[in-house]
Write a protein that binds this ligand. Structure first.
Ligand code: HEM
Ligand code: HEM
Length: 158
């Protein structure tokens, strides 16, 4: 068993992860929009491209993508740490397993950056495929996450 946490601290830590993850969902959605615009910058008609290049969407997508990766890694391990500190164990269920899968997929997708920047089309396709998968799983993760929040808020079963 890990050392017991003071009651109030444990209570607040319970809600740090869900809050952070809702903010991350919005940030990831924004990063996705920037990625789609980066693609349009690459593939649009000459007039469209001339306009879109000013937005520097590729660069901004890379920046926001990196932020999303960092926060997701910390959020996942943070969620596991809080669960462990509170319960002395992890609950091997959908939320834990899908969370680990999401973080792994996002890390692999991010590692394709140098290849994408060298113009590798296959790397690009894999990047988009993996990350669209991550975004879909994120919606599901929000549902199972809120179910855990509900459980934390309801009084313990007698
Ligand atoms: C939030 C999830 C993400 C989604 C949905 C996403 C989606 C996309 C899309 C649609 C493109 C355009 C591909 C094309 O031009 O055909 C792209 C490009 C790219 N992404 Fe992501 N991405 C995500 C996260 C990340 C992360 C975490 C990184 C790196 C830390 C990253 C780095 C890049 C780079 C370097 C490019 C090439 C940009 C360019 O053309 O200059 N992305 N991504
Ligand atoms: C978007 C909304 C999300 C909500 C509302 C949410 C909520 C929660 C809650 C309440 C816990 C339990 C913490 C505790 O015991 O005090 C938890 C644990 C956890 N969360 Fe989330 N979460 C969300 C998203 C995510 C995402 C995106 C990931 C990873 C990519 C993730 C990974 C984890 C992990 C690995 C745990 C530890 C699970 C365990 O050992 O049982 N969560 N989450």
């Amino acid at each position: 068993m890990p050392p017991a946490l003071p009651e109030s601290l444990a209570f607040n830590l319970n809600f740090l992860h869900p809050l952070l993850m809702w903010v991350l969902l919005a940030t990831a959605g924004y990063a996705m929009l920037l990625g789609i615009k980066a693609k349009k910058t690459r593939t649009g008609t000459p007039e469209e491209r001339k306009e879109l290049i000013k937005g520097q969407f590729g660069r901004r997508h890379f920046q926001f993508g990196s932020l999303v990766l960092a926060v997701m890694v910390l959020g996942t391990f943070g969620g596991m740490a809080v669960t462990y500190l509170n319960n002395g164990k992890l609950f091997v269920g959908p939320h834990l397993l899908v969370g680990i899968a999401m973080t792994s997929l996002l890390a692999v997708a991010a590692a394709l950056s140098p290849l994408m920047q060298a113009g590798n089309v296959v790397a690009r396709k894999i990047h988009v495929g993996l990350n669209m998968g991550v975004m879909t799983l994120f919606l599901w993760q929000a549902v199972t996450g809120m179910q855990i929040v509900q459980k934390l808020l309801s009084p313990p079963a007698a």
